[in-house]
Design a protein around this ligand. Structure first.
Ligand code: HEC
Ligand code: HEC
Length: 463
């Protein structure tokens, strides 16, 4: 190599090192900027978390193992239903994220589970969407159902469809109070007068009147305790109560204990972030959280630890489905409970943990994408007027009521609180959705371990 050539080689090396150092300088500038961006996001978010007093979800896990075991078997046992064809799990199955994947639930007489479930002949859809039942054991819960018909009100009074018939002194909490009602509902579990059960015998629970709560509960309990394995399970769960003193309320408490423990999930990226774990929340989700608790106004209703204020709003969600016969085929929501005209079409703000995996959304499953749900919040009236029925099953789509008188009727009780939601651009929409996705607990995705092999009645368990 002559002297000139080696000069070139040396220059080449120099140039190479110059390039490398330039790249890494750029990279470190980017990294620094990224770190400061991330740090300023964290700072802004911690300010909002503090201002809104947001805490990670917490559920009481001190449930007795014997009560939970009993509750699990009851939850999957169709012996609780009039025709022995429905269990709680039919509509709140672990494999469908504790809901049923349907817009509107299919009750007595239906077949299958999940979105392939089909309606029984001559039966109607249940007018409402089966909510997920995650984290209902959090102590903040005061109301159950989309219309809050089971609730502990602000004066500490207990309201329910059974009024003074509800044995509230025996019931552990609002989740247990809720569990008293599916067995009394003709559509959900009890059946119609004249129905035969799956063995062809008369459905004895359907014969009673709709307000004979005490008698219905007594008969369901008699059915359960006629099975020796349940007698043992109750004796273990309630060692101080003799078998003759058991009330369906004891079964309801066990159902609540099972739901509380088994559907409690505290490991969503958002909850981990709230517990001050770092590097768990994607940047986009942080940006979404800042919108949610800031400018997008979401937290004015989806507030607190549960992400619901447990209040009722009419945000003009399209009316679909059979509704209720006593209100001209509409579902008037909270007004069914309060009898107040101003509460018509108002529904309880839903909680949002695991929301990304629990569609279809809204009280009647009217929307099948989160984007459409958020768009609806931005422009309720326009979204109602231009509602796209093609997202529904065809027969359900046909039930959508769009005419001037329906819109006028619904608009009369519109909740102006929803106007806090501004128009959001595509980027903001993506950020909000990323935040909603960060509310999904990874350990809630596969819950098949909650499904028992068999139940004491020997009736089939849906797997
Ligand atoms: C036919 C389907 C079906 C069956 C069976 C069923 N549910 Fe539900 N469940 C629903 C629907 C629909 C709602 C909402 C009804 C409403 O708001 O009016 C609901 C509401 C609930 C809620 C209230 C959640 C909340 O935050 O408001 C809980 C808890 C629940 N069910 C538990 C149970 C238990 C326990 C059983 C068995 C004893 C049961 N469900 C049986 C469909 C069903
Ligand atoms: C005025 C109160 C209010 C505000 C503000 C609000 N929501 Fe809602 N949200 C509701 C009510 C009420 C429903 C249920 C309406 C119904 O089904 O009729 C709902 C439903 C939802 C659902 C569907 C949940 C489910 O399980 O079906 C999502 C997701 C949601 N809201 C997200 C948001 C986001 C994101 C924002 C902010 C952009 C927001 N909400 C702002 C009251 C509010």
């Amino acid at each position: 190599m002559n002297i000139i050539a080696s000069g070139w080689v040396a220059l080449g090396f120099l140039f190479f090192f110059y390039q490398v150092s330039k790249v890494s300088a750029v990279e470190s500038v980017v990294a620094k900027k990224f770190a400061t961006d991330e740090a300023s996001l964290d700072l802004e978010l911690s300010r909002l978390i503090h201002a809104h007093q947001i805490n990670a979800i917490y559920t009481d896990k001190s449930q007795s193992a014997d009560k939970v075991k009993l509750g699990q078997l009851l939850f999957f046992d169709k012996v609780l239903s009039g025709s022995k064809d429905m269990a709680c799990a039919t509509c709140h199955h672990p494999n469908t994220h504790s809901g049923d994947d349907l817009s509107l639930s299919i009750g007595v007489g239906g077949h299958g589970i999940g979105y392939t479930r089909v309606l029984g002949e001559t039966r109607l859809l249940i007018p409402r969407n089966a909510p997920e039942i995650f984290n209902r054991g959090s102590p903040e819960w005061r109301s159950m159902f989309w219309d809050g018909r089971v609730e502990i009100d602000s004066h500490g009074e207990i309201n329910s469809p059974a009024d003074e018939n509800l044995p509230s002194e025996l019931l552990d909490n609002v989740v247990a109070m809720q569990a008293m009602f599916p067995v009394t509902s003709r559509q959900e579990m009890r059946g119609r007068k004249g129905d035969l059960d799956i063995t062809g015998k008369p459905n004895t629970l359907a014969a009673m009147g709709d307000t004979d709560f005490e008698e219905i509960w007594a008969r369901v309990m008699a059915r359960i305790t006629a099975i020796p394995a349940y007698v043992d399970l109750f004796a273990k769960a309630y060692p101080e109560t003799s078998i003759d003193d058991l009330h369906f309320a004891h079964a309801a408490n066990a159902l609540a204990a099972f739901q509380t423990l088994s559907f409690a999930f505290e490991d969503s990226p958002w909850d981990r972030y709230l517990r001050r774990e770092t590097n768990v929340l994607p940047t986009k989700a942080k940006e979404g959280a800042i919108l949610f608790y800031g400018q997008a106004g979401c937290s004015s209703c989806h507030s607190g630890t549960l992400m619901t204020d447990q209040k009722y709003y009419n945000i003009l969600v399209p009316q679909i489905g059979p509704g209720h016969r006593d209100s001209a085929g509409f579902d008037i929501g909270r007004a069914r409970v309060t009898d107040k005209k101003e509460d018509a079409f108002a529904f309880r703000t839903p909680p949002l943990r695991n929301v990304a995996i629990t569609g279809p959304w809204m009280h009647n499953g009217a929307y099948t994408s989160l984007k459409a749900v958020i768009e609806h919040h931005q422009n309720p009236l326009e979204m109602l007027q231009s509602y796209d029925v093609s997202q529904l099953d065809r027969s359900l789509g046909k039930t959508f009521r769009l005419n001037t008188s329906t819109i006028l009727l619904m608009s009369q009780t519109f909740s102006p609180e929803i106007n806090v939601v501004p128009d959001l651009d595509n980027k903001e929409m993506e950020q909000l959705i990323a935040f909603l996705e960060a509310l999904t607990s990874p350990s809630s995705k596969d819950l098949s371990h909650l499904v028992p092999e068999s139940v004491p009645s020997g009736l089939p368990v849906d797997h």
